[in-house]
Design a protein. Structure first.
Length: 358
């Protein structure tokens, strides 16, 4: 299994950074929240174009060792070698995602011994076909969306169809062990996506590799590590008291994230509101509003801000592509043009007409 940069080591160099900070050294500490500079990508597409497949594979593995750890990979025999690895880090937890034309990843035990990490690894199959894992003589098959826990103290092997993406989270053993008794008994026992915490874990992993969605959400960023730990504990059998605590913390934060995503997808509909989100999530409108209040910005204020920002973007279009103010208002979810004008002026200090082309 894997762990080096994701466990806290500072990257020696970077092949492709997910923000405009090329050439800058980055040092990360355990108490930092997720930011773009705590993510980077190793992609075979960034390798020199003149290399053949064997040279591309060797170059990719060399760069992966510099960033993470030693790993044996086997590309599909009938495909051109292509592999992307995204890595992210926040607080004490690391995340890694693979996708490409590779059908076997293997980390022998003597590779794992070099790292000296006792982290637990949550493996998630994010592809459409089954993935197999082997560790310490135990085999497990993960269907699409399923997860399992493994340990970073031992080697392991993963086999999957090419282009079947999979991800892993690296969490300190003591964080999970504090909530789940006899956690070693849960290793290599898959859980399917039908378990609610497992579904939320998959969505949180997507969040880790697209952190820009939460740049303006410090209340959620500050608790991502705790939320991940709570969701893992809930999925794998936290004790009664720990389970109650995890539900209060982990599921509330996970649901708050789901509400934010619903708002982002539906704010342009004039009828959009807490009741619609509540029905979709099986919650009460009051609970939806409470969760948004806990993030520091109410549901209504979030919807209004998104509508006004979209309106400003549309009004800034070149004159030839400009929409009428009334059309902009309706496209952004407003029922009345006069109300739109008042809200827009209050927010930006200028009327929609004055904002045209700015």
């Amino acid at each position: 299994m894997l762990n080096h940069w994701v466990a806290g080591a500072t990257p020696v160099m970077r092949l492709h950074v997910m923000e405009p900070t090329e050439g800058r050294s980055v040092s990360m500490t355990h108490d930092e929240a997720v930011t773009p500079r705590q993510r980077f990508t190793l992609a075979s597409d960034d390798l020199p174009a003149h290399l053949d497949d064997r040279a591309r594979l060797a170059a990719w593995q060399d760069r992966f060792v510099e960033h993470s750890c030693k790993l044996d990979i086997s590309p599909a025999a009938d495909r051109r070698f292509s592999l992307r690895c995204d890595l992210a880090r926040f607080q004490e937890i690391g995340a890694i995602r693979f996708e490409g034309t590779v059908d076997r990843f293997e980390r022998p035990s003597h590779y794992a011994a070099i790292d000296g990490s006792d982290d637990l690894i949550l493996c998630l199959n994010q592809g459409g076909s089954a993935t197999s894992f082997t560790q310490s003589g135990r085999d497990a098959t993960l269907r699409s969306g399923a997860v399992l826990l493994a340990t970073n103290t031992m080697g392991g092997r993963m086999r999957a169809q090419s282009d079947n993406p999979w991800s892993s989270l690296f969490v300190p053993r003591q964080r999970i062990g504090a909530l789940v008794a006899n956690v070693d008994d849960r290793l290599m026992k898959p859980l399917d996506a039908g378990v609610a915490p497992v579904r939320f874990l998959g969505r949180y992993l997507d969040l880790l590799f697209a952190p820009d969605d939460l740049q303006d959400e410090p209340a959620l960023l500050a608790h991502i590590g705790t939320t991940i730990t709570d969701l893992i504990a809930l999925a794998f059998g936290a004790g009664r008291e720990a389970s109650e605590l995890a539900r209060m913390r982990g599921l509330r934060a996970a649901r708050a994230l789901e509400i934010l995503r619903c708002i982002g997808a539906g704010f342009t509909r004039p009828s959009f509101g807490p009741a619609e989100v509540a029905r979709a999530m099986g919650l009460s409108p009051r609970y939806v509003n409470e969760l948004m209040q806990e993030t520091g910005v109410s549901f209504a204020d979030r919807v209004m801000e998104l509508r006004l920002q979209k309106a400003r973007t549309l009004l800034a279009a070149p004159p030839r592509a400009a929409m009428r103010v009334s059309d902009v208002a309706y496209a952004c979810g407003f029922n009345e043009v006069s109300y739109f004008n008042r809200c827009f002026r209050r927010r930006f200090g200028a009327s929609p007409t004055q904002m045209r082309g700015s």
